[in-house]
Design a protein around this ligand. Structure first.
Ligand code: FES
Length: 100
């Protein structure tokens, strides 16, 4: 497997073995298959993984992209994902969802 250029982490609210945070309650896990599909459609060299709580629960659903270090909040659905991936393809962040 080629090393991905971008690694996208979707908060799925794990704290240890338990799911306790807010992102999963806002259906963050449903973003993952959509992101996988979009990355393939766009031919982007990126991968997506579920992640534990980023301690920004009130800003959730949280999506973090490395190596850029973009932390996004309020990623509630496909429209927000599309905007974020559009920006990533253009080599920039999508400012309106940045939380850090
Ligand atoms: S549950 Fe997502 S940041 Fe805490």
């Amino acid at each position: 497997m080629e090393k991905p250029k971008h690694h996208i982490f979707v908060c799925c609210s794990f704290r240890g073995r338990e799911i306790k945070g807010k992102c999963i309650k806002k259906n963050s896990i449903d973003l993952i298959p959509y992101i996988v599909e979009e990355l393939a459609d766009r031919g982007m060299n990126a991968m997506v993984s579920s992640a534990g709580c980023f301690n920004r629960c009130d800003d959730g659903p949280v999506v973090v992209i490395y190596p850029q270090g973009y932390w996004y909040g309020g990623v509630e659905g496909e429209d927000q994902v599309d905007e974020i991936l559009d920006a990533l393809e253009e080599g920039r962040s999508e400012e309106k969802y940045l939380i850090a």
